[in-house]
Design a protein around this ligand. Structure first.
Ligand code: NAD
Length: 272
């Protein structure tokens, strides 16, 4: 390992189980010398899997519903107490759509569900930064990262209202990132990750098809959760101090492809 996060302190949202991208980020951050607090929605902790991660990484857990300002304020205050000072890095790795979960078609959205999914998946990023900003909890040259998907820019029909949530999330990164950069020298970016077999990912209809299509389309193949964690670590490290307000594709090249040979082969007539 490279000691890239030696002495750095962080907060990691969204480690549900060993498949979670946030779980891998926590493991890698620990390997790189960071100390951090783990957090997730109280309901997500029922299975208790996060306790194992906390043990393995020497971390404390503070439950927080990312839609509750009260929970987030408590989280940030307690984290600074536990970690003994300001925060160097924050990972927002949160996503949920009830319309997706219930298989409700995009054209027929249940708007109560749309509101809830938007609050959890997008607005929560604003709330987290609002609390960090107001409490002046971030250290200068700190780094805040949220995870997103390319359906924010292009149409993936079954991604449903999560596409709209991700578009909003990416916009928040730019808008809030401006103020965080100007006032506290903190950078804010989103990583647009390949489809990844996790609890949230697999909830999307036709996920298997999604996954193999992206794999065949990308010159480097899909990026795994662990590879996403590696990339995230670089954004938390001092090696990327002037990278901010960016949506960074981490997808094996998928986002710039038109067609690949492997996909093309499926459409060639036999006599060609
Ligand atoms: N899996 C993919 O294909 C993929 C691709 C690109 C981006 N992403 C994004 O990566 C992030 C992490 O997802 P994942 O794939 O690791 O799945 P995951 O299911 O492991 O993680 C989602 C997390 O969101 C948490 N969460 C839900 N509601 C919450 C709330 N109210 N308060 C706090 N936390 C809450 C869940 O408990 C869970 O830990 C999400 O933003 C997701 O959209 C995933």
């Amino acid at each position: 390992m490279y000691n890239l996060l030696k002495g750095k302190k962080g907060i990691i949202f969204g480690a549900l189980n060993a498949d979670s991208i946030a779980w891998k980020v926590a493991e890698r951050a620990h390997e790189e010398g960071a100390t951090f607090v783990l957090t997730n929605a109280p309901i997500a902790m029922r299975m208790g899997e996060i306790n194992k991660l906390a043990e393995d990484t020497g971390s404390e857990i503070i439950p927080a519903d990312a839609t509750s300002m009260e929970d987030l304020e408590n989280l940030v205050e307690k984290s600074m107490e536990i970690l003994g000072g300001k925060i160097d890095f924050v990972l927002h790795s949160i996503g949920m759509s009830i319309n997706v979960r219930k298989g409700i078609h995009y054209t027929n959205s249940n708007y109560d569900f749309t509101h809830k999914g938007f609050d959890v998946s997008a607005l929560s990023f604003h709330r987290v930064m609002n609390v960090l900003y107001k409490k002046e909890a971030m250290k200068e040259w700190g780094s805040i990262v949220a995870l997103t998907y390319m359906a924010a820019q292009r149409v993936f029909p079954d991604y449903n209202d999560m596409a709209d949530n991700k578009a909003y999330l990416e916009s928040i990164a730019r808008s809030f990132g401006y103020f965080f950069g100007r006032d506290h020298k903190v950078r804010v970016n989103t990583i647009s990750q390949s489809p990844t077999p996790t609890t949230a990912g697999s909830g999307v209809k036709g996920f298997g098809g999604f996954l193999s299509y992206a794999e065949k389309m990308s010159p480097l193949g899909n990026a795994s959760a662990l590879e996403c964690a590696d990339y995230t670590i670089t954004l938390f490290s001092d090696l990327t101090k002037k990278v901010t307000l960016q949506n960074l594709f981490h997808d094996g090249g998928f986002s710039n492809m038109g067609i690949s040979d492997v996909i093309m082969d499926n459409f060639m007539d036999e006599d060609e």
